[in-house]
Design a protein around this ligand. Structure first.
Ligand SMILES: Nc1nc2c(c(=O)[nH]1)N[C@H]1C(S)=C(S)[C@@H](COP(=O)(O)OP(=O)(O)OC[C@H]3O[C@@H](n4cnc5c(=O)[nH]c(N)nc54)[C@H](O)[C@@H]3O)O[C@H]1N2
Ligand SMILES: Nc1nc2c(c(=O)[nH]1)N[C@H]1C(S)=C(S)[C@@H](COP(=O)(O)OP(=O)(O)OC[C@H]3O[C@@H](n4cnc5c(=O)[nH]c(N)nc54)[C@H](O)[C@@H]3O)O[C@H]1N2
Ligand code: SF4
Ligand SMILES: [Mo]
Length: 757
């Protein structure tokens, strides 16, 4: 439960995260020539672009929802700096053809600069060419008007506003299409599905204020030091008030052991950082159901189940208890690779806490049993009485800064009944009963040739999907693809429509000429003030204006006055009428008061299920055997190698498919073509640290990959996304449709003819 003794000599700074590099990064960015503009943006009243922790908004750029100052991390500086780049030089698209543009890496695409004019790539042409907004609107409307409603679709990524998201779904639904794929399908869909079943509400049921009352946090499958840095301040404070942090992760993430936060500058400058994990469990990837069943079994055996609470507020517990009793310790420990003693000790620490928040991210959801993982966590919260009161609850740590808002606005293939009824009233017609495509279903449908028109509101549909080969082929069968984006990414050069691809430049959140709102992962609705762009002569459009124009051209004036939807105040009035919990949005323009979405945070053990009780469900142990080397073509006689369970994750210097910095020093992975492995696995399979290997997955392979020794569980390995997405077949969790990005079977072979860079 402490760092594995077999671990490697740690790279210099691998035992902590944050610290001096962060402070140095701040200084460099803010003192650079772009510094003044950066400061101006940092203090602008709008929510941070980066993660869903939701810093910024009306309180000013640096404050969280409780008004606390100094809450802004280097990740937000990275995101803003990228948006403040100059426009892409015209010569890039005029001179470089698709072949050349396809050679660019993710970082190179991003560094081309900001998109500043509408572009089109027509069938048979090799260059993106400029066109006018009039032509764009006409082409887009024609592409949406022609096909049957089932053959048009959208994909979105949660960076845009609530207003744009709501318009997007209204536009599609009014056409008769429910094909609203969204990045959350690749992300927290298992959390939404699992939590909705158990508690009747699919988001976090803890507020930031609630988290501050906890004396225990169980942090599962999250690399918060890199991806939600401000959560680390809460963990530091929790430890300072004597609380317990239990981390569950196959990789001993340095920043989860100690973290140097700029909010605690003295400690951070001295290089000491603050202690984070009180206990660190390193299970096998994909085995979290076994970990939680083990904790539940230990709680049951030690008499630490909160029986009064369970009997008063939950259903389904007799079946769950029977499952816990009927599952042997041997089955549990074999599956997760942790000992009974480790699990029993952890359970006793958990039981000793007064109020526990269970928090998790992609290490839980990116599995073929992702929804079961979430159910197992929710079950544990209920069995310990840790939900429905201040300081306790279940907290999925959300990804994109407005991904949760997209779900609230109805950009989902699982529209909830109250919103469906409200939309039907608004439109005066029933919504189509046809099940919509989520992201994976969209790619499969495109691959079958049944998608004609696709609108992408942000994101990188090509880069985010598993099996990049299939993603490229599938997108290539779509007649028209319309990308709305702030900056070019690899998807714009690899994910091309058969007849035409439109690449349209939009204002980002802090530039949009009208007010917008977003929702944080803590259910907090933020109001963003209007802004201006540094790209003075650019032809940028607001996403709301683009969507309202398209809707007007498609639907005229009925049944709603689509032209009026250019007015965001009117859009907010309609959102307040149609989205449960968003009633306060109707008056936000006058009050300027940000608010918590109603009905999400449970202060009492009365849940949003039909009978108000939590609905527990059994969670089967997953089958985790890996295929043999033969499955991948086998090893030649005398060849070194082994089959591993590969985690694909973010480095410290990237935002999803967009890479800012190639090196991940915290993990000792100094470039992108690396694989992190356990030193004993390296030695026993005859590979060498820093040697080159060939990584073979079920869908594709990568060569010239450097082996990096690190503190990862034996049998597991880690590589960076999106490069690793060529490797995996799209295996999905049947309950949520989310791909298994974290337990990808691969064969790692020694590469004798390596081209050492
Ligand atoms: N700077 C930055 N911030 C971001 C993002 C970004 O790319 N960059 N992306 C945003 C988005 S969209 C999201 S979804 C979040 C992602 O935030 P995270 O979920 O923190 O991101 P990942 O890099 O996928 O890291 C997953 C973690 O889960 C662990 N893990 C893998 N498999 C398992 C398992 O089977 N069990 C357990 N218990 N742990 C496991 C990995 O070792 C790793 O520490 O961050 C958001 N914030
Ligand atoms: N192997 C593997 N694959 C994964 C994951 C993994 O961990 N492993 N993680 C998955 C997860 S959790 C997610 S969320 C997805 C992410 O998938 P996406 O959300 O599709 O991808 P991003 O890289 O976040 O998209 C970035 C692009 O959004 C555009 N953009 C930025 N800001 C704006 C804006 O304000 N408006 C508009 N219109 N566009 C904007 C820019 O052009 C930028 O290039 O990837 C998934 N794929
Ligand atoms: S924690 Fe997330 S929301 Fe807060 S400043 Fe950092 S990236 Fe932005
Ligand atoms: Mo995500």
């Amino acid at each position: 439960m402490t760092p594995s003794p077999s671990g490697p000599p740690a790279p210099e700074d691998a035992t902590s995260g944050g610290g001096w590099p962060l402070i140095d990064g701040w200084a460099r960015a803010t003192l650079s020539p772009a510094g003044p503009r950066l400061w101006q943006t940092l203090t602008h009243k709008s929510a941070c672009l980066s993660c869903a922790w939701g810093t910024g908004g009306q309180n000013g750029g640096f404050r969280d929802e409780s008004g606390e100052p100094l809450q802004r991390c280097l990740k937000s500086v990275e995101a803003i700096s990228a948006e403040l780049q100059p426009a892409v030089p015209q010569s890039v698209f005029a001179d470089r053809d698709m072949e050349e543009l396809r050679q660019l890496t993710s970082a190179e695409c991003d560094r081309l600069g900001r998109l500043d004019r509408p572009l089109i790539l027509r069938e048979g042409r090799r260059h993106y060419e400029p066109l006018s907004w009039d032509e764009v609107h006409a082409l887009a409307a024609a592409a949406f008007r022609k096909p049957a409603p089932e053959r048009v679709a959208s994909y979105s990524s949660g960076r845009s506003s609530n207003e744009a998201a709501w318009l997007l779904q209204l536009l599609l639904r009014a056409l008769g299409s429910n094909n609203l794929a969204d990045c959350s399908d690749l992300c927290h869909a298992p959390s939404t599905v699992g939590l909705s079943e158990v508690f009747g509400s699919g988001t976090s049921n803890v507020s930031l204020e609630g988290l501050r009352k906890a004396d225990g946090v169980v942090l599962v499958g999250s690399n918060a030091p890199a991806n939600h840095p401000r959560l680390m301040n809460e963990l530091i404070r929790l430890r300072e008030r004597g609380g317990t942090v239990i981390v569950i992760n196959p990789l001993l993430e340095g920043g989860l052991l100690r973290f140097g936060s700029p909010a605690f500058p003295i400690r951070s400058m001295l290089g000491a950082g603050s202690a984070i994990a009180s206990l660190f469990l390193q299970p096998n990837p994909g085995s979290d159901v076994a970990v939680f069943l083990g904790l539940q079994k230990a709680l049951l055996e030690s008499g630490a189940i909160a029986w009064d609470f369970v009997k008063a507020h939950a259903d389904g517990w007799p079946e769950l208890i029977a499952q816990i009793e009927g599952t042997s310790w041997e089955a549990i420990t074999t599956c997760c690779g942790l000992s009974r003693e480790e699990l029993a000790h952890t359970a006793s620490r958990l039981a000793a806490c007064r109020a526990v928040v269970f928090a998790w991210a992609m290490g839980i959801t990116h599995h073929a049993n992702g929804t079961d993982n979430v159910r197992a966590i929710a079950n544990t919260a209920v069995l310990t009485g840790n939900v429905g009161r201040p300081g306790a609850g279940a907290m999925p740590i959300r990804g994109h800064s407005n991904v949760q808002g997209f779900g609230s606005m109805g950009v989902t293939v699982r529209l909830r009944e109250p919103m469906r009824l409200a939309l039907e009233r608004l439109l005066g017609q029933p919504l189509s009963p046809v099940q919509g495509f989520d992201t994976r279903a969209l790619i499969e449908a495109a691959d079958r040739g049944v998608v004609e028109t696709l609108l992408c509101l942000g994101g990188n549909l090509f880069g985010a999907n598993p099996d990049s080969g299939q993603a490229r082929r599938a997108l290539g069968k779509i007649d028209t693809i319309v990308y709305l984006a702030t900056k070019p990414n690899m998807g714009h050069f690899h994910g091309l429509g058969a007849r035409q691809t439109l690449l349209l430049p939009v204002f980002n959140r802090f530039e949009t000429p009208h007010r917008t709102t977003v929702e944080s992962g803590n259910n907090w609705v933020r109001l963003n003030e209007p802004g201006t762009s540094h790209l003075r002569t650019a032809q940028l459009i607001s996403e709301v204006d683009f969507l309202a124009e398209l809707a007007h051209r498609l639907h005229g004036d009925a049944p709603v006055d689509w032209r009026r939807l250019h007015d965001v105040i009117y859009v907010r009035a309609l959102i307040a009428r149609t989205v449960p919990g968003y009633e306060a949005l109707a008056s936000i323009d006058e009050s300027r008061r940000e608010f918590e979405v109603a009905g999400r945070v449970f202060h009492q053990p009365r849940f949003a299920t039909p009978n108000g009780r939590a609905q527990l469900a059994t969670t089967p142990l997953p089958e985790l055997t890996l295929p043999q080397a033969d499955h991948f073509g086998g090893l030649a006689p005398g060849e070194s190698g082994l089959v591993l369970s590969l985690i694909t994750a973010r480095s410290y210097g990237q935002h999803n498919t967009v890479v800012y910095k190639a090196a991940d020093r915290t993990r000792g992975m100094l470039h992108r073509q690396t694989i992190l492995m356990n030193p004993e696995d390296i030695a026993q399979s005859g590979l060498t640290a820093h040697g080159r290997v060939h990584v073979q997955g079920e869908a594709g392979s990568l060569t010239d990959i450097e082996v990096i020794p690190g503190s990862i569980r034996r049998g597991a390995a880690l590589m960076f996304y999106p490069e690793a997405n060529v490797l995996m077949r799209p295996v999905i969790d049947p309950d949520s449709g989310t791909p298994a990005f974290k337990r990808v079977p691969v064969l790692v072979r020694e590469q004798r003819d390596a081209r050492v860079p």
